[in-house]
Every structure is written in C-alpha cells, then in structure tokens.
Design a protein around this ligand. Structure first.
Ligand SMILES: Nc1nc2c(ncn2[C@@H]2O[C@H](COP(=O)(O)OP(=O)(O)O[C@H]3O[C@H](CO)[C@@H](O)[C@H](O)[C@@H]3O)[C@@H](O)[C@H]2O)c(=O)[nH]1
Length: 330
C-alpha cells in the first residue's frame, strides 16, 4: 500500500514565546539545527510516496516555500489536530484511495533512524485496522504528553490497552511507574480505520460533512479538539510501535537543554556570555546576552521582546502569552 506523510503545521507553539509569535510559529523556527523544524521534519519523511502539509491559511505560503515538494492543504479553520487530521485523511483518500496516512507533528527534535520506525508503523497500519501510534520510553512524569498502556505483544508492535492524554502530575507518576510509554503524537492509519474509529466521537459531524463534500460546514460543526482526546482515547483498536530514535518535542524553553550541547554549563541558542552562571537556557536572535551569577533561568530575547523566568517554571510562559493575546501582541 502507498504511504502519504501528513505534516501537521498549524499550531502556534505559544510556549516558545518570544521566538514563536502568532506570525512566526514554532515549526518555522530553527531550534536544533540550521534548518527550520518543518524542513527537518520533511527531510525525515522522504520514505513516503506522497507528502502533504496541513496548516492554516496564514501559514500556507511559508509552508509552501519551506516544503516545495509537498501538497499544502489549507484547513477551513484552525480547530486543533482532530479536525486537521480528519480533513487531511479525507483528502488523501480522495486523491490516492487506499493509502496509509503517516501523520507527524512538525516541531519535534529527532535523533537517529526515524524511517525504520515510521515504515514499521505504516506496515502495521496496512496489515491491521488499528490506529498506530509511535511510543517513546518516558524519562520523567511529564504532564504535557499522552500515555500508552501496552497490552498484548504482537510481531513488531504491541496492542494498546488504554490511551491517557495529558494526565495530572500524580497520575503521570503512576503511569510512568506502571511502564507506560509516551505517545509521540506520530500516527499511522488507513482512511477506513480512521473513519471507523471516528464514529461516535466529536469528529463524526466533520467526517460526515467531508463525505458530502461540504468541508466548510464540517469545520463549523466541530469544536476545537485534539485527535488524542477526540479519537485516540476512545478508539477500540490502537497499536504501538516503539520509537527506535531519540525524541523530544521541544515544547518549552527548558527542552533546549536536552537537545543542545552545553556551553560553559548553559544551553545557548545564539550568542551568550556566562560568568558564574550555570544551568541557564539562553536563546536570542541577533542579540548578545550576558549572564552573571545566575542559575537555572530561561532568558529569551527576540525582536523587541525579552522573557526571563525560572527554568522550572518554563510552562508559565503561557500566562504571558494569555495576557499579550488580549492586547493582540502575541
Ligand atoms: N494543521 C494544524 N496543525 C495543528 C493545529 N494545532 C496544532 N497543530 C500541530 O500539531 C502538532 C501537535 O500539536 P500540539 O498542540 O503541539 O500537541 P501537544 O500538546 O504537544 O500534544 C500532542 O503531542 C504530544 C507529543 O509531543 C503527545 O504526547 C500528545 O499525546 C499529543 O499527541 C504540532 O506540530 C502543531 O503545529 C491545527 O489546528 N491545525
């Protein structure tokens, strides 16, 4: 069966403010190399027969420039990954019929052999009627990820007994202790399997409208919802292929520490001087940043914006963005 890679590129990446802004989302930034995260993602899916990028209207031109080999699908409304993937899956089936959809976020850091795992996920999707997800061994009880409780072992994959999206801290600790894997947010499925598992979910009105050829009405009929809450948590048949590559989702500034080589004890993206400074994450565009006698901070300076906060509170940048959105300054 053929494979169509679908690169999700419609999010804004608010937690990497001020590098990410509504007109410069995270997937267009170069954080872990010279190329943008979107370009690096496109390079990883060279194994696919067809490449699609699904995004919102405002990002379509830049997406086309970055991935000229892809067909760019513009979703009728930014309603999170559930509607975006229902739409992309429908368009792939229209164009290629029975074809495995391989869906991946476009803002992850990946080390090593991505293609073997991806191709395995596509094979499992073609051979079974399961929704296949890539699982990553957790190294902390993160609350921003989905968790996969594995069931029966099969040939090269495991059945998923339950899928828990974004648990609270206590539950996340229990899930890690119980041996669950993180959901990497990287999926493979056939259009038939996706449509079957969408029945009875919040995506059903959209899937029905897409079948009638009325995508605008379909997007009006659904709420914003991620594919994890809408479909994966409820699906009957979910399978997991373990990741054979290093992975980080670069979700918050502190993630840079895990993917950049330390410079004098600090993770630096850009140009910085540290004196008696350690454990900091420093990121800037053309500014030189000096730190003296401080530890465990995030300092990010882009355009005319500077953000400083304790590294352990990296998630609180959401509060800044929430304030700025009110003033339209995000
Ligand atoms: N086209 C489109 N893309 C979107 C939209 N919203 C988000 N995206 C894109 O979809 C990807 C994932 O969205 P996030 O919003 O970053 O997801 P998450 O909170 O990190 O959670 C997901 O990923 C985790 C791993 O990183 C998973 O653990 C979790 O279960 C879930 O799948 C990103 O590439 C983002 O740009 C949208 O409305 N439209």
């Amino acid at each position: 069966m053929e494979t169509a890679a679908v690169l999700l590129a419609g999010g804004t990446g608010t937690r990497l403010y001020p590098a990410s802004r509504s007109d410069r989302p995270k997937q267009f930034l170069a954080l872990d190399g010279d190329d943008s995260l979107l370009r690096r993602t496109a390079d990883r899916v060279a194994f696919a027969d067809h490449v699609y990028v699904v995004t919102r209207d405002a990002y379509a031109t830049e997406a086309r420039d970055i991935v000229p080999e892809a067909t760019v699908l513009v979703e009728p409304g930014g309603k999170d990954t559930g509607p975006a993937l229902a739409y992309a899956t429908h368009r792939v089936r229209e164009k290629h019929g029975d074809c495995v959809v391989f869906a991946t976020p476009s803002d992850h850091h990946v080390d090593g052999d991505f293609a073997s795992t991806a191709e395995r996920a596509c094979e499992v999707a073609a051979e079974t009627d399961a929704l296949v997800t890539v699982g990553v061994e957790p190294d902390r009880p993160a609350t921003g990820y989905g968790y996969l409780e594995l069931g029966a072992e099969r040939d090269g994959y495991a059945e998923v007994a339950s899928f828990r999206e974004k648990p609270d801290a206590e539950r996340a600790r229990d899930l890690v202790d119980a041996g669950c894997l993180w959901n990497a947010g990287i999926f493979a499925w056939t259009p038939d399997a996706f449509v079957a598992e969408s029945t009875g979910t919040p995506l059903e009105p959209l899937v029905d409208a897409l079948d009638r050829g009325d995508e605008e009405a379909g997007f009006r009929a659904v709420e914003s919802v991620s594919v994890d809450y809408a479909v994966m948590e409820r699906a009957d048949r979910v399978a997991c292929v373990p990741a054979e590559f290093g992975w980080d989702d670069l979700g918050t500034w502190d993630a840079l520490e895990r993917v950049l080589d330390a410079e004098d004890g600090n993770a630096v993206l850009g140009d910085a001087l540290g004196i008696d400074a350690a454990g900091n994450v420093v990121a800037s565009d053309d500014k030189h940043v000096s730190l003296v006698g401080v530890e465990d901070l995030v300092v990010a300076a882009y355009d005319d914006r500077v953000l400083v906060l304790p590294k352990e509170d990296a998630d609180r940048v959401r509060e800044v963005v929430a304030e700025l959105r009110g003033e339209d300054a995000f």
